[in-house]
Write a protein that binds this ligand. Structure first.
Ligand code: PMV
Length: 339
């Protein structure tokens, strides 16, 4: 019985993917940019066992036991669809046993689908004899996209990554902007509420177009993407910070004004935002915020300021715990299997 294991990081979007131009091909509304997160990893092992009569997927969430995944949610459907899709490309027909675990809370706005879906696609491609698709990162990222998680596309490369939307050719794939050693930027996640969110990102992408502010968001994108790419290449946080905050606010405006509206922030989210603005204004601390589809705040700063900022965030009354992330390697093979 052959086993394959892959480890993949989550990533924090500086320029967000929210809403799609094409729901079948999972083409985003806009190109998007992120940094991988060293402290938020998924490890996935697949076993090829000719005797299996059905696919088995077991997932272990932080501090819970393994549970067999039932096909009753959009995310579970995406997982089983991806298994069937890649099996079909390979023309092989054996079933697989998959186990997967995260070292961080899932479904709480820490892009669990990014690490999970990229790791899943990686083990599937290798198990079904399509290693050349795994090794060609551009093609690998396209295969990841087709499982329905846009953020996962960006986890395949190391460091700072763009998901490029090529509208003319109905295509979207990842390209690396800079590797994990290029810039010692840090993302401190303030975990406020690790509960499951009410509107999943999959549902959110479907309703994003109902917001009257989506057109404004898209009109801002070309320039914002260009400037963000430049800020990373220049290692310029003073330029990057306002861009990521503007994009976060723009995405949450769309979320809050869609039908039905999605409000992900809570009192703790607002409290941390206000603190960050104050530290910047009053102490010249170079610190910025961004928030995905959940209440948790990602605090972006330079490595030299980690200690002072993390201590303050940990002492905030709303914060349950913090996760410190540096840029890291993208999806990669591992020799240590989960079972
Ligand atoms: O990858 P998805 O389909 O779970 O969507 C990701 C949505 C955000 O995390 C809110 C933004 C992003 O680009 O990561």
């Amino acid at each position: 019985m052959k086993k394959i294991t892959v480890i993949s990081p989550a990533n924090i979007a500086f320029i967000k993917y929210w809403g799609r131009d094409n729901h079948k091909l999972f083409l985003p509304k806009n190109s998007n940019i992120s940094m991988n997160m060293s402290g938020c990893l998924t490890k996935t092992t697949i076993e090829i066992n000719e005797k299996l009569i059905k696919d088995i997927v077991e997932i272990k969430f932080l501090s819970k036991d393994y549970a067999i995944l039932e096909e009753n949610s959009i995310k579970a459907k995406n997982i089983f669809d991806q298994i069937n899709r890649i099996r079909k490309i390979s023309k092989l027909n054996f079933k697989v046993h998959i186990k997967s675990e995260n070292n961080f809370p899932s479904d709480a706005g820490i892009a669990a689908s990014a690490s999970g879906m990229s790791a899943l696609t990686g083990v599937l491609l290798i198990a079904f004899g399509l290693k050349e698709l795994f090794e060609d990162k551009k093609e690998f990222s396209r295969q990841v996209r087709l499982c329905g998680s846009g953020s996962a596309v960006r986890s395949v490369y190391s460091g700072f990554v763009e998901m490029v939307y090529d509208k003319e050719n109905n295509d979207a794939y990842a390209v690396q902007i800079a590797d994990e050693k290029y810039w010692n930027l840090v993302d401190i996640v303030a975990v406020l509420n690790p509960e499951k969110k009410k509107i999943s990102s999959s549902e959110g992408h479907e309703i994003a177009d109902t917001s009257p502010y989506m057109l404004t968001r898209i009109s801002e994108m070309k320039n914002r993407i260009k400037m963000t790419r430049e800020a990373i290449i220049e290692r310029n946080l003073t330029k990057l910070g306002p861009l990521i905050e503007a994009d976060c606010i723009s995405m949450h405006t769309v979320m809050m004004t869609s039908t039905p509206p999605a409000f992900y922030w809570n009192a703790g989210t607002m409290d941390i935002i206000q603190n960050i603005l104050k530290w910047r204004d009053e102490e010249n601390l170079e610190v910025y915020f961004t928030i995905d589809a959940g209440p948790n705040v990602h605090i972006i700063c330079l490595n030299k300021d980690i200690n002072i900022i993390e201590k303050r965030i940990r002492n905030n009354k709303y914060v349950k715990w913090t996760i410190v992330n540096k840029p890291c390697k993208g999806t990669m093979l591992s020799n240590s299997h989960l079972f």
